[in-house]
Design a protein around this ligand. Structure first.
Ligand SMILES: *[C@@H]1O[C@H](CO)[C@@H](O)[C@H](O)[C@H]1NC(C)=O
Ligand SMILES: *[C@@H]1O[C@H](CO)[C@@H](O)[C@H](O)[C@H]1NC(C)=O
Ligand SMILES: *[C@@H]1O[C@H](CO)[C@@H](O)[C@H](O)[C@H]1NC(C)=O
Ligand SMILES: *[C@@H]1O[C@H](CO)[C@@H](O)[C@H](O)[C@H]1NC(C)=O
Length: 475
């Protein structure tokens, strides 16, 4: 049976009552929904707000990226070049050495040292009396420090008022007032500037003073923005006139050098910075007696002071290096290398015979460039052996030793300048600086290039007059 369609008014009635009843029925549900919606809105706002606050707090407490704005290396005047012939005449000058043995010994060391004919001697060697004194020691210090600080301030445009921290490292010479006071005085720095002068740390102290700047600036926030780091060594007073062989070595390889850098945590300067410091690490191996005594200042049996480099130095350097990279490896290595490394350490721990050595991970997979700081030929070769570096990896270290000699703390920056002069770096590249020093200490810095270098060569790069002759074919 078919139903007849409802009349129109009936239909309207039904629609009206349905709407009405559903409104009455739905009201509490709608209200509840509305409440929920409001609550939800409030909640989301609150969550977003608190998330923003947390993020802000996190950002504020997060370590600030630490950047190297720019640096400068000292290039002494041409007339201070110390050729083999000059050095030979210097030691032969009347009254200096009475016996032929030490002279012969130094000649042999010099010829095997890997130093070329263009390193720079300290001012006193070029004076008429050729006698080390406090005056010419200070002269050596001031020449390098003032030249590099002048240059780095003008390059970076950082003014004297903007310098919050000064860190100076000078291994063997600590005058009174200190070299850091000398800088405060010369550059008329603020009275609330914080100064540190580090001494007695040998070659590693350049890397360690940047590590100190890193620690200060990372937590510094807005209060501490810019650090001036100066790395030098005064070799005048290290000259040794005695006959003890282990102390004569330093006469042959120490040379004049100084570097200065501006390190900052100011994010607004990121665009003009050279590199970001992504890791720094220092390890101390001095608890071991042979490590402590490997390079040490003392008096010989005639009472003449000198720095004695023991035969053990090379062994100590390689043992300390192995301990150092154990800590560094997990922080820097890519996963695949790390897995292999951990596996080899485990295998060693489980081997009953104990004759397994953990593999040395391939650090060239973590870094595009490596500045192996080493004060001498033997140490460079040893680092190359331990780390299984090819000759091309140690090339900058060998060439820097040839051109500038062992300039101690500043040497890694002369190596950095070598990479730049050779145009080997580009944005995103990682660079590892590693240095050893008395104590015995090992220091590492890992940098990342934040921008491509200028196409124009830097006019005051210390290699500016000699880079075309390097690398040497035989070394
Ligand atoms: C620097 O070291 C000297 C000792 O060589 C010390 O007398 C001086 O107080 C130190 N100065 C600063 C600012 O650390
Ligand atoms: C550093 O200084 C050099 C020389 O003045 C300049 O060419 C360069 O642009 C500066 N900045 C960086 C990031 O290299
Ligand atoms: C290089 O010179 C520094 C001091 O200037 C010294 O401590 C270090 O032992 C030297 N390195 C070598 C390998 O002779
Ligand atoms: C090389 O740099 C030095 C300063 O370190 C500067 O005096 C010299 O003029 C520069 N030479 C060239 C050819 O640019």
């Amino acid at each position: 049976m078919e139903l007849s369609p409802l009349p129109i008014h009936r239909r309207l009635q039904i629609v009206f009552f349905t709407l009405l009843s559903s409104a009455v029925l739905l009201h509490p549900i709608l209200t509840a929904l509305l409440h929920l919606l409001t609550a939800h809105l409030l909640l989301t706002t609150a969550t977003t707000l608190s998330a923003a606050v947390l993020l802000l707090l996190h950002l504020r407490s997060r370590p600030h990226p630490v950047l190297l704005l720019n640096y400068s290396c000292f290039q002494p005047p041409v007339h201070r070049k110390c050729t083999f012939e000059f050095a030979n005449n210097f030691v032969l000058s009347p009254g200096r050495f009475t016996n032929p043995e030490p002279v012969e010994f130094m000649r042999n060391i010099y010829l095997k040292s890997g130093l070329g004919d263009e390193t720079y001697g300290p001012p006193f060697m070029f004076e008429e009396t050729q006698t080390p004194s406090l005056r010419n020691t200070l002269q050596e210090t001031m020449e390098g420090v003032f030249a590099t600080v002048d240059s780095v301030l003008s390059k970076t445009g950082v003014s004297r008022d903007e310098i919050d921290v000064v860190i100076v490292t000078c291994g063997g010479f600590s005058p009174e007032p200190s070299v850091s006071s000398l800088i405060v005085n010369r550059y008329n720095l603020r009275s609330d500037v914080k100064t540190y002068n580090l001494s007695g740390m040998g070659c590693s102290s350049g890397v360690l003073s940047v590590d100190l700047a890193h620690r200060i600036l990372r937590g510094g926030g807005r209060k501490v923005r810019n650090a001036l780091v100066v790395m030098t060594e005064s070799i005048t007073l290290n000259w040794y006139d005695g006959e003890e062989r282990s102390m004569l070595v330093t006469n042959c390889i120490f040379r004049v050098g100084c570097a200065a850098a501006i390190i900052t945590n100011d994010p607004s300067r990121r665009a003009s910075a050279k590199m970001e410091l992504i890791h720094s690490l220092r390890t101390h191996h001095g608890a071991d007696d042979s490590a402590y005594r490997a390079a040490i200042q003392e008096e010989d049996n005639k009472g003449i002071t000198g720095i004695s480099l023991t035969k053990d130095l090379i062994r100590v350097a390689s043992v300390s290096l192995r301990e150092h990279i154990k800590i560094l490896a997990p922080r820097v290595l890519p996963l695949s290398q790390l897995v292999r490394y951990v596996y080899s350490v485990l295998a060693m721990a489980m081997s009953s015979t104990g004759d397994l050595k953990p593999i040395v991970p391939d650090f060239t997979t973590a870094f595009e460039h490596i500045c192996v700081h080493t004060g001498g030929k033997a140490v460079i070769s040893q680092v190359g052996r331990v780390m299984k570096f090819s000759d091309s990896v140690t090339e900058p270290a060998r060439m820097t030793l040839n051109r500038f000699g062992n300039t101690s703390s500043s040497l890694v920056f002369y190596e950095l300048a070598y990479f730049e002069a050779k145009k080997r770096v580009k944005k995103g590249d990682k660079m590892w600086m590693i240095a050893f020093g008395t104590g015995f200490k090992v220091g590492s810095l890992v940098w990342k290039w934040v921008k491509d270098p200028e196409s124009e060569p830097e006019s005051d790069n210390p290699w500016n007059d000699s880079i075309h002759r390097y690398p040497l074919k035989t070394w």
